[in-house]
Design a protein around this ligand. Structure first.
Ligand SMILES: C[S@@+](CC[C@H](N)C(=O)[O-])C[C@H]1O[C@@H](n2cnc3c(N)ncnc32)[C@H](O)[C@@H]1O
Length: 211
């Protein structure tokens, strides 16, 4: 038996059902989503941190925002804002929330960079899960809007292990994106404003706490 099989015997089946329901909902086209273990990690970090104001960059299927919300059920007056530029995913997301009876996640159709340019709110939990090569470009905005002791969680920071390989051994089409993601990982890890750790969960989850 693998570790994953052992863990799946112990997990609460209702979370797995919730996850499958989100992934399977109106799944006409491929929809990117966090993995189940990542969704659980987000739920638990949200429950541990009890943030009041959550921002997600990259709504996708809705799995991550719904699981963050699961973690906030004891937080009075929490807010979750999630950004998605793809119209089909936005429309699907609205229908998903109607189906699940969720009215307290604000799904905004926009380009995240445009939105961030005009954002003057402060967040205490940010989940970044957009285009990997863009992560480095989000960092200045995140530093502006993530409050003291706020938490930044970033998905896919291994990028299917491509960041582990020498850049000149990668297929040409990946080189610049992987180079930018590697720059992001190293910049964040060495930024004294954050206490950062990269975890071997899913496709790599980086957690950075704002000092
Ligand atoms: C990996 S998926 C997110 C998966 C999602 N967290 C989930 O669990 O279902 C990344 C999403 O970010 C969106 N995205 C990428 N760049 C964006 C941008 N600049 N502004 C808004 N959305 C963006 C993509 O359209 C895509 O749906």
């Amino acid at each position: 038996m693998t570790r994953e099989q052992y863990i799946s015997q112990l997990e609460d089946a209702s979370y797995r059902r919730d996850y499958e329901r989100i992934i399977a909902f109106d799944n006409e086209h491929f929809i990117p989503a966090v993995r189940f273990d990542t969704a659980m990690f987000l739920m638990q970090t949200a429950a541990m941190r009890q943030p009041k104001n959550v921002l997600e960059i990259g709504f996708g299927s809705g799995a991550s925002s719904v699981f963050i919300r699961h973690g906030l059920q004891n937080v009075p007056g929490y807010r979750i804002t999630t950004l998605e530029r793809d119209n089909n995913r936005y429309v699907r997301g609205q229908a998903l929330f109607a189906e699940l009876g969720i009215s307290d996640i604000e799904l905004i159709k926009c380009d995240a960079f445009d939105w961030l340019h005009n954002c003057d709110a402060e967040f205490d939990y940010i989940f970044l899960d957009a285009v990997k090569r863009d992560y480095i470009g989000y960092l200045p905005f995140i530093k502006k809007i993530l409050g003291k002791n706020g938490i930044l969680i970033v998905d896919n920071t291994f990028f299917n292990d491509k960041v582990l390989q020498p850049i000149d051994e990668l297929e040409e089409k990946y080189r610049s994106g992987v180079g930018l993601l590697d720059r992001f990982n190293r910049t964040l890890a060495s930024d004294g404003d954050f206490m950062t750790m990269m975890y071997n969960i899913g496709d790599g989850m980086t957690v950075a706490v704002r000092r």
